[in-house]
Design a protein around this ligand. Structure first.
Ligand code: NIG
Ligand code: FE
Length: 406
């Protein structure tokens, strides 16, 4: 099966040689070909170039992309999109002035979602989650990482991970699973956090490894949730089971989580709304990707990850949604890219690099997705007729996508 796109106004994120990620000043370089063609063969990018070199092809399908931009699908490396119900009640509390912490203290927050999930069957959870997955595909996402962490018990964590596995089996979007048992301390272990951590490590991790239910391990390293010592405990145990760290750090406070992530060779450290010089220093010359979640900052009205500071330090940055019921009830990567430009002062080129190739790297998919490179999966976004790639963040509330190819 061959599909040929012709007359593409601009083919974006063209990388002839495969790269892992872009960092520092390179983030502002977004290679493209104007008036281009692209040939897809058996789902893979087979060829591309300037229209004048377009092969006269026996393609079974020809798509005329006149006036339209073609680009790699978004790579969303941080979500919690498997969850039960919603937290609309807390949304109103927030409007009335309660902070994330105050809402958690009055029975809301992660434990509220865990309660709902405990009373939701695996089938129901699957049905609710697939609606969200289908929505993000329609918004241009071609790869997504999904975390557990609203189970907080052996049974419910496995329920979440099995739902993720089922989504993986039934959809062609690339899905990566992360075990986030250490998302909050459940009520039952309120005064015995270590006992809960022992359950995660001794009871749940072996099953995850045996059933191959996750590739990554995460922990909410934050004041009032899990300490740096807890983080090291979980990451060390994860390593034994082949689980690579991707962790929540520095959302509200900086307590050394970045350094712990780097020490355990985390693939990514995510959130980073609050960063100090030592944190930035610790990330230099590592393979750990910093990940910013601007729609979380938007929804919670908390600081935005200091993108300019990270990029000026020569570091890379990825962008993801954090899609979850509490802090980011949105899986829209277009909005993330726009918000990164508007609020974090990233250029459109930087934001698109962060949401494609760097996002792919942050979930171990940089060889398969995230750029227009021969041999990569042809997971693509075809825009409506638009002026330039800048239109995407500029027209922040509009859907400029005509079709998504997954
Ligand atoms: O990434 N910060 C921790 N976890 C989620 C929010 C979880 C929730 O409130 O349900 C986040 O923002
Ligand atoms: Fe998160």
């Amino acid at each position: 099966m061959k599909t040929l796109f012709i007359n593409i106004k601009e083919l974006i994120q063209v990388r002839n040689e495969p790269i892992s990620f872009v960092a520092g000043t390179d983030m502002n370089v977004l290679p493209s070909i104007k008036n281009a063609y692209l040939l897809v063969e058996n789902g893979l990018i087979a060829d591309f170039g300037a229209m004048k070199d377009c092969p006269s092809s026996e393609a079974s399908e020809i798509i005329d992309a006149t006036g339209r931009i073609l680009m790699p699908a978004w790579c969303d490396s941080h979500t919690h999109l498997v969850y039960a119900g919603n937290r609309e009640g807390e949304f109103v509390d927030k409007i009335n002035g309660l902070s994330y912490e105050e809402i958690a203290n009055k029975g809301g927050g992660i434990l509220n979602s865990a309660k709902k999930l405990a009373h939701t069957s695996e089938d129901d959870l699957y049905e609710q989650s697939k609606v969200r997955l289908e929505e993000i595909i329609s918004l241009g996402t071609g790869a997504v990482e999904i975390k557990s962490g609203y189970g907080l018990s052996l049974e419910a964590e496995l329920k979440m991970l099995r739902v993720i596995k089922r989504l993986k089996e039934n959809y062609s979007i690339k899905i990566k699973a992360t075990f986030l048992g250490a998302h909050a301390v459940p009520e039952k272990y309120k005064n015995n956090k270590q006992d809960y951590l022992d359950v995660l490590v001794n009871e749940i991790m072996p099953i995850i490894a045996q059933e191959k239910l996750a590739e990554y391990v995460d922990i909410f390293c934050e004041t009032g949730y899990f300490s740096v010592a807890d983080t090291e405990f979980i990451l060390k145990a994860g390593k034994k089971y082949g689980l690579i760290p991707k962790i929540h750090v520095n959302q509200f406070t900086t307590i050394g989580g970045v350094q712990a992530g780097v020490k355990y060779k985390a693939l990514s450290v995510d959130h980073l709304e609050v960063l100090n010089d030592e944190d930035i220093e610790a990330l230099k010359n590592t393979k750990t990707m910093p990940v910013a979640l601007p729609s979380c900052s938007y929804f919670l009205s908390i600081p935005y990850t200091p993108a300019r500071q990270l990029i000026a330090a020569g570091l890379p940055l990825a962008l993801a949604t954090d899609y979850n019921p509490g802090s980011t009830p949105s899986g829209n990567m277009n909005f993330v890219v726009a918000t990164a430009c508007i609020k974090m002062k990233m250029t459109p080129a930087e934001a698109i690099n962060a949401a494609t190739i760097n996002g792919a790297y942050a979930m171990g998919l940089e060889q398969e997705l995230g750029s227009i490179t021969k041999g990569k999966k042809a997971y693509l976004i075809l825009t409506k007729p638009i002026n330039s790639i800048t239109s995407i963040p500029y027209n922040f509330g509009s859907n400029l996508i005509e079709k998504v190819f997954i």
